[in-house]
Ligand binder design. Structure first.
Ligand code: NAD
Ligand code: TDX
Length: 364
């Protein structure tokens, strides 16, 4: 890892709260911080365990890091629960991941997105502000979806105006503005990252890549929205975690950084690559047909953003951050991970998720 240990001492804290640490990126981040950064303090994982939160994703961390890792089941919609955890663990920094994160769910049921992503973020910022000088950093994890949708040309950057379209992206845009307001108004030490689509281990199989891997393995239809021509910029979760830690520990208060994969692909090409990888490891379908034959074009997502792509030259220039994965290496590693971890897959698929997804696809 290319971390600069001296530069990381710029912002120093020892009682870090990670919200949403039982989710996909949060669990990878906690493991990354303990294993890769030299951080010597404690991490308090504050997570409500919604359908997307799976504490089993951190079984290894809990066993290895003992008292330095604390799990608190708590809801960011509850200001008192946040304050209790802040006081009990003398929280001096927050890395805020907790959110309702799935665009399709936000189209069906937007209310939870406003409550958690907007009000929940406000509750956390307020609790951080109340700690006064004892609080040194609030890092807010956000998305490129706040910028809206691109045409065939151009990139999102830190200066792109906000133009969110889905209830999910509007709720994230709102939380970004509130976080910035707490810096500008109260001087709270805030940083923000806006990143592109993540993939990698421990991602809940409602998102494109893990859903397609598992369906391709099991011979189920691969539901591609519309023609599959929408474009996303794919970022390996490990590269995202390194970017967040870099910004959290080195960036000036009040700054924003865009983080991307420099890896734009059309959805249909992502799905075809996954089919090819599953076929390489597991062979064709039992009837001899290629896995690609499972691709099924279904009704398009409402308000489906056409293209996301990030210009991440600011974080590269300021800190020397770079992606360490390509789509080729990262997709292969990710398909292998899902094939090698059936117990984790079963643990998430036995829950509420399955009932929701069945209802959702029934009408398409
Ligand atoms: P996820 O859905 O996998 O995990 C979300 C976690 O938050 C879960 O553990 C869940 O239990 C927890 N949570 C939800 N509501 C909560 C509440 N009210 N109180 C406490 N905990 C709650 O999400 P993810 O993909 O890991 O995304 C993490 C963050 O990164 C989100 O803020 C998301 O907007 C942002 N982000 C994600 C991506 C991506 O590609 N996944 C890209 C850009 C930004
Ligand atoms: O079954 C599917 N078929 C399909 O064609 C699913 C689940 C998705 N898609 C398409 C929709 C998108 O164009 O694939 C693309 C990726 O979809 P998602 O995995 O749902 O991601 P997206 O909507 O792009 O949002 C993700 O990236 C930005 C995360 O879910 C957000 O939390 C993040 O902010």
């Amino acid at each position: 890892m290319w971390y600069n240990q001296e530069a990381m001492k710029k912002i120093s804290f020892g009682n870090l709260m990670v919200t949403g640490g039982a989710g996909f990126i949060g669990s990878n981040f906690i493991r990354h911080v303990f294993e890769k950064t030299g951080y010597a303090g404690r991490i308090v994982n504050f997570d409500a365990l919604t359908y997307a939160g799976n504490p089993r994703s951190l079984d290894d961390v809990a066993a290895k890091f003992g008292e330095r890792y604390v799990f608190v089941r708590g809801d960011i919609r509850d200001p008192e629960a946040i304050r209790r955890a802040f006081d009990e663990y003398s929280i001096d920094a927050v890395c805020h991941f907790a959110a309702e994160s799935h665009v399709d769910r936000s189209i069906v049921s937007p209310g939870a997105f406003i409550e958690t992503n907007v009000n929940g973020t406000f509750n956390l910022l307020q609790a951080a502000r109340e700690r006064g000088d004892a609080f040194v950093r609030f890092h807010h994890v956000s998305t490129d979806e706040v910028f809206g949708s691109l045409g065939a040309e151009g990139f999102f950057s830190e200066t792109t105006p906000y133009q969110p379209h889905s209830p999910y992206s509007a709720s994230k845009a709102s939380s970004d503005h509130i976080a910035r307001a707490y810096h500008d108004t109260y001087g709270l030490n805030v940083t923000i990252t806006n990143c592109s689509n993540n993939y990698g281990p421990y991602q809940f199989p409602e998102k494109l890549i893990p859903l397609m891997i598992l369906n391709a393995v099991e011979g189920k239809p691969l539901p591609v929205y519309g023609e599959g021509l929408n474009i996303r910029d794919w970022l390996h979760v490990e590269d995202h975690c390194a970017a967040i830690w870099t910004v959290m520990t080195q960036a000036e208060s009040g700054t924003t950084y865009c983080v991307g994969g420099r890896s734009e692909l059309r959805n249909i090409d992502v799905v075809k690559r996954i089919c090819a990888l599953v076929e390489r490891f597991r062979g064709p379908l039992p009837n001899g047909a290629p896995r690609e034959s499972l691709i099924t074009h279904v009704a398009d997502r409402l308000g489906h953003d056409k293209r996301y792509a990030i210009d991440c030259s600011k974080i590269e220039r300021d800190f020397g951050w770079r992606q360490t994965h390509t789509a080729d290496s990262g997709f292969e590693e990710t398909v292998r991970w899902y094939l090698d971890n059936p117990a984790w897959v079963e643990s998430v698929r036995s829950g509420e998720y399955l009932r929701w997804i069945e209802t959702y696809y029934a009408g398409r």
